[in-house]
Design a protein around this ligand. Sequence first.
Ligand SMILES: [Zn+2]
Length: 269
Amino acid sequence: MDSSAPTLLLSLIAFVFGSMLGSFLNVCIVRLPKNESIVRLPSHCPSCKAQIPFYQNIPLVSYLFLRGRCRFCAERISPRYFFVELLMGILAVALLFRFGLSAAFFVNLVFVAALVVVSFIDLDVQIVPNVISLPGIGLGFLASVAQYPWPADSLSIPPSPLSSFIGILIGGGFLWLVARIYEFFTGTEGMGGGDVKLLAMIGAFLGWPSIPLTLFFASVSGSVIGVFLMVRAGACGKYAIPFGPFLCLGALFYLFLGRIVLQFYLPAG
Ligand SMILES: [Zn+2]
């Protein structure tokens, strides 16, 4: 790491900021599929509905302090709350090292937050919510315009507006085409429209070169985990695993490592 690496203090601030954002994302993960307001209701225990005062709602610390149980009814609180807060803290620090304290840091923090919310909602209820993916497509494109001009090469993040636009078209178009072909041959709907909009959002934020690598990594990790789950469950026949979380994983892979991987294949770029 060179001398421009973020200081320990800045990293710590990013971690705390990220885990606080994670705390908010936990609320979104629970409430968005139910069409509940994410700002109006104060935090409450999902089991006994007791309100949680703000001083007991400290990311990570509260969960450990209460040993994962509600203070009022002692019901177990899902470890997901802790995990999402920790994950967002770590991702915020990783983005700080990737982009420094820049506009790209904040833009991609929003992007990563959207990926985390989409992943956990998809795992929960097998839906990629339009309320995230559709504004995400617009926001990703606007961010590429707002940060223009950028150091010009096609692999940079944020992408150029043109790369973002092509990313939306290819990202949305490719999965849409795959879904139609699958439907044509099997007569059943294999891939949801939610995944199509999700990959379009990824293309908007990361530019078109991200699409093949995201798809590749999503397919590989999805197959490995899918086979593992099928063997473990001894399942025969259809076994539905949401593809959204793997697309998100693939996008994260590209965000942090894509440039290195692609430059390996395109040394002239
Ligand atoms: Zn409770």
